[in-house]
Design a binder for this molecule. Structure first.
Ligand code: SF4
Length: 893
């Protein structure tokens, strides 16, 4: 559509695309105006979300505008052109491979990449460079589920679909804070439960997270005890006539040994309850529900996967579904939900060190030959490569001398993240292709390559229910940024492999990927999209979401697998796997607690996309340590005060948050913060690199750390217009709608702030100061042409009070009274603290909602009518429900 606004020609288009954040894979309709994404809404025709979007999805267009975009290739700190950068880097790779062999180089990828990007990266390194040293941040997310699927089904196959989560009678969520990590799927479940009140939801999680808001039963089991729970369930099913003996005998192997193992370890409900440290009565109710509900789905996620025994936990879950025949039917399946938008696509193309393309594997020499011949590969890698943790160890040891990191930030996301940084510092040649130029990882790069990002990229992704969708290019990439597949293909040309990488459009890569999935398949592999191998460019550009398999027998795809009892193992029968449940390590010292790291509602991964969107920081704006109040008392920690965690060589400083929903002895910290936004907020740097021996997935949910109060001599608050380099022990940066806010603290005395400020903001010559001669506090404001441009407040011991009024005044011209009020810290010294923002979409703070509850609003509907909170994306509804139940008794009638 073209229109004229204020005599300027404006072109406006609505384009269908897919969200780039989580594994739900929601369809999005984006409004593009003059090469700018101006608005997004949910695509009502997309089967993942039917029009819904969560708060992150609703802010896609805001997060797209990043001031930190990498616009030009950089070699050794100097901007250059593509030809120079690629020829330099390819030359380095070639020299190292020639001298030390192909295993001396590696690629480290991301579930953010599109399938076409992933395909060419995997093809280049495994088929042409000659090593399987390619792994991805998906290793940190769902590698354990992949192996559990392969053990049981003969392939990495998710049996069910999102609809199963709505139509089942019993939904068990294990280790999944779906309300925060997969919000739209959570909303679908909440709606289904509202429509079908007999549907039961059980949440199994050591923490009582927001997801438990819809739970009929929450089991706060002992961390890591999941396999004990499911082994106990298997024993219970056998004892209580809950086995589907016909299904077991017709379609499965290894049942007797699996049951014997479970019974020998967890023979009774009492023992299961003891192992899991939950009430026997609650556990028995869950077992009874599983026994009686034919339509049962068990969803498992990072709480299961991110464990030193994650594969066994996944197997224990699948064993119970196979034993009771609750698989391959509507509303009955084990369901692993993935964290990233294209973790599934990465698995399809074999973008992990222990996989080959198209769900083929290194354990089968015929598969290696098939891929080699299909690619006409001159240097086919014939053995598995190094998984993430081992890869960074090999980089540190000098065994891997060149690494190319694409679209991910391991210096923040890897366990023992400081070690990952040291490994990169020691590495001879580090290439980082990224859209953001100053990530913690980008700072370690010898070569930086500017990549396009969501809204600019073009290609396919596969979500958690095997549904392939298109991510469309909405606007042109800025500067010299290129698409990842283009960068990889040009790099391949520089290595001398141009003929095999001469793609001109992503559809050509997709066709090849689809064809390989059907190559010598004959129903031996579940992943088969060969029906799409001749897809036209037009059909690709108008790609309609569809669930694989997609072959000549199933041209429309299939929502559910195994409906006919056919599995993809060697003998086509499902395989039970005997699981010996075990617990992770426990704290060694009295000053230690168990750290669990995870996500918060409005941030994504290491904040490289979401961190600059002020709206997304209004819910939680800094790292925190969630701890049970009695533990806090034990460790002398105060709510809202700072505390520090230590492990390895790392120190994490954050504010204390009391929570009765934490188990005693355990704490939670968000994994998102990086060094662009905090001085000491990289939680994963505290996590020891202990991994599952089978999947290589690290244990992020359970690491002993030391905890103590952090007692700063002073704390401060700084508002400014641009990034400011601070050297204080503690600082966090919070982007606002206008300017930035920093909270700072230090244990060292420091008298030089006035001079520092004047040096730092030398463009300001209009300062007003308030100095307390006793030295307890100091306030100063700087103005440019009368407009408030810097505000700094310092206080001994505790944090200076913050003021929304000053935030709103920022960059405005101030009169004499306002200048005095600024030095007072707030307008008229009578500003009310409204608490944190609960509803990010409409910026409704906690206190406003509580006041409305006290005045008679007793439901999310009445609150929505009064305040609009919860009426857009709905991501805040669990928290609003908690506020209602905590405050309803205080209502004024
Ligand atoms: Fe994006 Fe939210 Fe949908 Fe996930 S649930 S795909 S983050 S809109």
């Amino acid at each position: 559509m073209n229109a004229k606004i204020n005599n300027v020609n404006v072109s406006k288009t609505d384009i269908r695309t897919t969200c780039c954040y989580c594994g739900v894979g929601c369809g999005v309709k984006a409004c593009v105006t003059n090469n700018e994404i101006t608005a997004v809404k949910g695509d009502v025709s997309h089967p993942a979300n039917y029009g819904r979007l969560c708060v992150k999805g609703s802010a896609l267009h805001e997060a797209h505008h990043s001031v930190d975009r990498l616009l030009q290739p950089v070699v050794n700190g100097k901007e250059t052109d593509w030809q120079t950068a690629l020829s330099y880097s390819a030359g380095k790779f070639k020299k190292i491979v020639d001298q030390y062999g192909p295993d001396s180089v590696a690629f480290y990828l991301s579930g953010q990449l599109l399938t076409e990007d992933y395909y060419v990266a995997n093809k280049l390194i495994k088929g042409f460079i000659g090593t399987a040293n390619i792994d991805t941040n998906s290793r940190l997310c769902m590698a354990s589920a992949v192996l559990a699927h392969k053990r049981a089904f003969g392939g990495d196959l998710v049996p069910g679909c999102y609809e199963d989560l709505e139509i089942c009678d019993l939904l068990i969520l294990v280790g999944s804070n779906m309300a925060y990590a997969h919000p739209v799927t959570y909303q679908r479940i909440a709606k289904a439960k509202q429509d079908r009140p007999h549907m039961k939801v059980v949440v199994i999680d050591p923490r009582k997270t927001a997801t438990a808001d819809i739970a009929d039963i929450h089991l706060p089991l002992k961390p890591g005890a999941d396999a004990f729970f499911f082994n106990g369930l298997l024993s219970f099913l056998a004892e209580n006539n809950g086995l589907d003996k016909a299904f077991i005998s017709n379609y499965c192997d290894n049942f007797d040994s699996t049951l014997a193992q479970a019974q020998s370890q967890v023979p009774s409900v009492q023992q299961a309850a003891d192992f899991c440290e939950v009430l026997q009565e609650d556990l028995h109710r869950v077992y009874q529900l599983f026994l009686t509900c034919t339509k049962t789905v068990t969803v498992f996620s990072q709480g299961v996967n991110q464990s030193s025994s994650g594969v066994d936990k996944g197997s224990a879950i699948i064993n119970c579904h196979l034993a009771s025949g609750k698989i391959g039917k509507p509303g009955a399946a084990p369901f692993s939900i993935t964290g990233q938008p294209n973790a599934m696509g990465g698995r399809e193309v074999g973008g992990l060190a222990n996989q080959l393309a198209a769900h083929m594997g290194y354990a089968n020499p015929a598969h290696i030959d098939t891929v080699e011949q299909f690619w006409q590969a001159p240097n086919m890698a014939r053995k598995e490569g190094k998984k993430a943790v081992d890869m960074f160890q090999a980089i540190y040891d000098g065994e891997i001398k060149a690494v190319w990191i694409m679209a991910t930030n391991p210096v923040v996301s890897m366990p023992d993240a400081n070690f990952a940084r040291r490994a990169l510092q020691k590495c001879e040649h580090v290439v980082v292709s990224e859209c953001i130029g100053n990530t913690d990882t980008a700072q370690q790069a010898d070569v930086l390559l500017p990549a396009s990002t969501w809204g600019e990229k073009y290609g396919t992704v596969t979500n958690s229910e095997r549904c392939i969708s298109l991510q469309k290019n909405l606007v042109q990439a800025p500067g010299q940024a290129k698409h990842d597949w283009q960068i990889i293909c040009e790099f391949a040309r520089h290595l001398g492999f141009g003929d095999a990488f001469d793609y001109t459009h992503p559809v050509e890569i997709f066709r090849e990927h689809a064809a390989l999935s059907g190559e010598k398949n004959q129903r031996s592999r579940g992943f088969d999209i060969s029906y799409l191998q001749d897809i036209s460019k037009e059909d690709y550009e108008n790609f309609q979401p569809c669930q694989w398999p997609l072959n000549k027998d199933m041209p429309s795809g299939s929502s559910r697998l195994f409906q006919d009892g056919y599995f993809f193992t060697a003998n086509r029968r499902a395989q039970f796997y005997p699981v010996k449940a075990r617990l992770p390590k426990t704290p060694a010292a009295s000053q230690q607690v168990m750290l669990n790291t995870g996500r918060i509602r409005d941030q994504w991964h290491t904040m490289s996309r979401t961190g600059n969107a002020a709206k997304l920081l209004s819910h939680v704006d800094e790292p925190f340590i969630e701890i049970h109040p009695q533990d806090a008392t034990h460790f002398s920690l105060q709510e809202g005060a700072l505390a520090e965690l230590r492990n390895l060589d790392s120190r994490y400083i954050a504010r204390v948050k009391y929570s009765n929903q934490q188990r005693r002895g355990e704490i939670f910290a968000p994994m998102h913060w990086n060094e662009r936004f905090s001085s000491a907020g990289r939680a994963n740097a505290l996590i020891s690199a202990v991994a599952d021996p089978h999947s290589g997935q690290p244990e992020f949910k359970h690491c002993p750390v030391a905890i103590q109060a952090y007692l700063p001599r002073w704390q401060g608050l700084l508002y400014c217009l641009e990034d400011t380099a601070l050297s204080t022990e503690f600082w966090v940066k919070i982007p606002l709608h206008k300017g930035l806010k920093y909270r700072i603290a230090d244990t060292a005395n420091r008298q030089d702030w006035p001079a520092w400020l004047k040096r730092q903001y030398s463009q300001i010559d209009d300062w007003v100061e308030f100095v307390d001669s006793s030295g307890h506090f100091y306030r100063v404001a700087g103005f440019i042409a009368g407009a408030l441009s810097v505000y700094f407040s310092l206080q001994q011991g505790c944090a200076p009070q913050e003021s929304r009024w000053i935030e709103q005044l920022f960059t405005s011209v101030c009169d004499a009274k306002q200048r005095i009020d600024i030095l007072a810290g707030k307008e008229g010294a009578a500003e009310e603290d409204l608490g944190g923002v609960i509803c990010s979409c409409f910026q409704v703070p906690e206190k406003t909602i509580i006041d409305a509850i006290h005045s008679g609003c007793d439901s999310t509907v009445s609150l929505g009518e009064k305040l609009k909170c919860g009426t857009n994306c709905g991501s805040c509804l669990p928290e609003i429900n908690t506020l209602i139940s905590n405050n309803a008794s205080l209502q004024v009638n």
